[in-house]
Design a protein around this ligand. Sequence first.
Ligand code: ATP
Ligand code: ZN
Length: 898
Amino acid sequence: MRVERVRLRNFKCYGDADLRLRRGVTVVHGINGSGKSTLLEAVFFALYGSSALDDRTLDDVISTGEEECTVELDFHHDGGDYRIERELRLRGDRATTTTCILEGAGEPIEGARDVERAVSELLRMDADAFVNCAYVRQGEVNKLIHASPGERQDMIDDLLQLGALEEYRERASDARLGVKSVLDGQREVLEDLQTQVERKEDQDLHERLNALESRRGEVVSEIERYESQREEAREARESAADVLERHEETREEIEELEEEIEKLRSKIAETERKREEAGEALRELKGEDEGLADEREGLLAEADVSEIDLADGDRDEETIEDRVEELEARDEALRDDLEEVRVTITERTGEIERLREEATEYDEEAAAAREAADDLESRIAEDVEAIEEREGRVEELDGEIESAREAFADAPIAFGESESRLEALEDDREGLTAELTELTAEIRSVEDAIEEGEQLREAGKCPECGQDVEDSPHVDALERKRERLAELEAELSELEADRAEIDERIERVEDLVETERRVDRLEEQRESAARLLAEKGETLADRRDQRDRLREEAEKYDEEAADAREEATDIESEVADARSELGGINAERGEVRDSLETLRRVAEIDSERGELEGEIERLRERRDDWATMNEERREGLSEKRERKRDLESGFDDDRIEQARERKAEAEDYLERVGEKLSDLEDDRDELQGAIGGIEEKIEELERLRERLESVEVRCERLDSLYEEAETLQATYGDLRAELRQRNVSTLERLVNETFDLVYRNDSYAAIDLDGDYRLTIYQKDGEPLEPEQLSGGERALFNLSLRCAIYRLLAEGVEGSAPMPPLILDEPTVFLDSGHVTQLVSLIESMREIGVEQIVVVSHDDELVGAADDLVAVEKSATSNRSRLERSAPSEALLTSD
Ligand SMILES: Nc1ncnc2c1ncn2[C@@H]1O[C@H](COP(=O)(O)OP(=O)(O)OP(=O)(O)O)[C@@H](O)[C@H]1O
Ligand SMILES: [Zn+2]
């Protein structure tokens, strides 16, 4: 067998992992707790399910915090490819297997139990055998050595398939013991039956039976005798009783007859009385009928129903009914007409009222229109007045404007120019004022110069340059300055005259400006007055139109009112007609109703008379019946009287006395014989019981004999069965011992060879394996050692050697070869020093050589790592706490050596 691929999801510490394994040695390494062992466990779990979990449960397998987990395993075995898939799911806090399927040769197998059985058969190993042989779990390296010889024997026997023979031997032994216990039971039964038969045979049952039967015969014949006598006595008593009874009957009959005769007589009298009463009633009824006939005649005479023939005696009901129906129909029709006319009157009257109201409304409307027109008329007069007044105002304003404009007639400027003229004049005046100021200043400076010059002249100096005057060129300058002053003063007065003139003109122009503004204001006033005038004019025209329209409307309303009144009058005459029609209809209806009443009464009388006739007829019939009845009764009465006479004549008192005596005698005898008989019957029943008891005992004896015979036969058969089982058991035992002996010697040889290979240079000479798989190790000096006495490392190697030997035995085949499982070792080097690790490596090598296709080892050891064909690194992510797998080849050299 070879694992090809393991896929895990949520299996313990694995989230998602997928690992392909190859032939050869694969070493799985990684730090503590990274998930190495879990990987191997997963393979084991895939194959055997919960059997691989020891005392743990399925929910331990699912990663904590997850709900489900899957394990898939692909493997190759004995030429075929197989695949197992398991899926677990948490339900509450318990996990269950939801999918378990084994696919490979043939139909897929489903269900945990069937898959486990199939895998055990396929690998020839159940879960126990797998951990004893193929899978060395962590810390279990010494398992095979620590096991007791018995356990070891079981393990190895199972591996070599010898277990089955032991099982068969045990089954044969169970069968033998089963047969034995049945046989013992049957023998006890046999003995018991034999003593019972003997005891019964000693009791003389048949003789006792004969004696009892002859006594029973005697008692029975005596009973018969008494019974026949009793029968005779009974007959005698019966015949006497008969006579007495008949006598009693006759007496009773006579009494009965007397009673009946009395009863008949009173009934006849009663019926006769009823007949008379009926005659009286008949007479009364006839009188009533005659009265009704008279009434009918009277009614018909006074009623005017001549169109039909209703003479007395001709009581044609149908004719009357037809007539009544006819009249009712007429009444109905009249009622409808009446209703119609009434409705017409009501409607028409309503119409008249409505029309009159309408006329009044028209009158009101006309009055309102006239009033509105009059209103308008007075407003029109007011308007005319206002227009005239406004026209006067406009004229007034025109005059004012005209007179204001006249001011410009002799003015130098035209209307509208005054403002600009005023501005120009003011500019001129400003210019003149500036010239004047300048001139005044000049005059002042000339006057100053003249004054200075005069002072200098008085001092004899030149007024111009201060030199002596005589020689000064400036002596004449003073004179010129005086001339200049005169010139300037003349100029000044001229300018002052100009300014006075301009001032005067400004004053005049300012007046004109004022006039212009006034004209403007007046013109504005005039314009607004004219506009108002025009508006008034328009309003006046509108009002006149409206007034005319209102007057026209008033006239139209008058006409409408007149029309409505006329129509109302017309309808009034219609209503009067309808009222007279109503009177006519009512009168006719009264007549019809009277006729109807008469006819109905006639019909009533007819039906009453019909009833009376019926009653009269019935009474007559009953009277006749009563008469017949009484006749019959009278006949019965005479018969009964005759019968009574006959019976009274046949009485005989002596015979009756005799019969009484005989009856008393018979009764006395019967009493005595009854007692005797019951005693005898008791005797007989007792005898019968005793006979029954003995007969039963005889039958039981027969049955016991039969059973005894059959139990004897069964015991014989069980004896031979027991012998067969004994032989079978011995055969299986012998076969197993023989096979085991053969295996043991082979195994011993193989263990020695393997151990030799590992411990070649050490101090051990040989290993001895006896028939019960007891292991003994011999040192070189010939001393024996128990395996437990070896050192830890030695024990580990020894154990592996033993496993290796078992593999080789499997490989060489006991009964044909079995394909070998992979060797799976979890931390096998724990107890080994480096020298022995080397030996372990060579042991592994030798396993490969004998044909173990696949070896998977969990180890930290460098040497083992070095010897691997494939390396699988396991590491756990610190963040997700999930393990991860990575496969790598250790070196090219190792790969090529594969
Ligand atoms: N159901 C589970 N869900 C999650 N983690 C689990 C579950 N069961 C066990 N583990 C964890 O799996 C981890 C791996 O255990 P495993 O025995 O495979 O480690 P290892 O690599 O063989 O370590 P060592 O070298 O110590 O033998 C442990 O840390 C354990 O806590
Ligand atoms: Zn001078």
